[in-house]
Design a protein around this ligand. Structure first.
Ligand SMILES: [Zn+2]
Length: 218
């Protein structure tokens, strides 16, 4: 367990690999989980369709886990909940879109209505002591993708999930740069940020013009 005054980030999945994201923030003797995703089997894992992160670390201190926050509705961010929630038995926080998708998936593993899902509107806030969490709209390929400003009495961490700075996105509003700027002005201890092509230099074009050119081509 982390010391009470330490603010710790511990990824159990999703670092150094594609998919099955599972991050833990530890503070004041409590842990908050960010995302619980799957990854899919390939030629190297014959007979395996879906893989989940190994949650043994947090299961060993399960009374310290205060909740799971879902950043968005992609499988690599919420698809592990139906398989692993029985071991966590804690509240889940998600936007209405992600919550709706999750509710559809839970019966596949017999969970039905047993999982307490708290809906938080995009750009909203919630508190689960000792964490205060503010959601910030991000442009991504699924509705209601949210960055998380995770505030503690030690300071704020900005957890930016899959994201894009796109002035003309095809799904949902553009990234709320004003909200991000305000959080930056207020002070951020660390930015937790991940990108599949983080080492590729340059800038990806907007999806708006891409749509037009694809329609022309098709
Ligand atoms: Zn995604």
């Amino acid at each position: 367990m982390n010391k009470p005054d330490e603010l710790v980030f511990l990824p159990l999945g999703g670092c150094g690999e594609i998919g099955m994201n599972m991050g833990l923030y530890g503070y004041g003797g409590s842990w908050l989980m960010v995302d619980c995703g799957v990854t899919f089997g390939d030629d190297l894992t014959p007979g395996v369709d879906v893989m989940v992160p190994d949650p043994a670390f947090i299961v060993a201190s399960i009374d310290k886990l205060v909740g799971i926050v879902v950043t968005h509705a992609h499988e690599d961010h919420l698809g592990g909940i139906p398989y692993l929630w029985r071991q966590f038995n804690c509240p889940v926080f998600a936007t209405p879109f992600a919550a709706g998708l999750l509710r559809r998936k839970l019966p596949e593993t017999g969970l039905g209505d047993t999982v307490p899902i708290n809906e938080v509107k995009p750009g909203g806030n919630f508190s689960i002591s000792p964490f205060d969490v503010s959601l910030i709209n991000l442009a991504h390929s699924v509705p209601e993708t949210q960055a998380l400003a995770i505030k503690t009495s030690a300071g704020t961490i900005l957890h930016v999930t899959d994201w894009k700075l796109d002035s003309e996105p095809l799904v949902g509003p553009a990234t709320d740069e004003a909200a991000l700027r305000k959080i930056g002005d207020d002070g951020v201890l660390a930015l937790m940020c991940d990108s599949t092509n983080v080492f590729v230099e340059g800038r990806t074009g907007s999806e708006g013009p891409l749509r037009k050119s694809l329609i022309d081509v098709v």
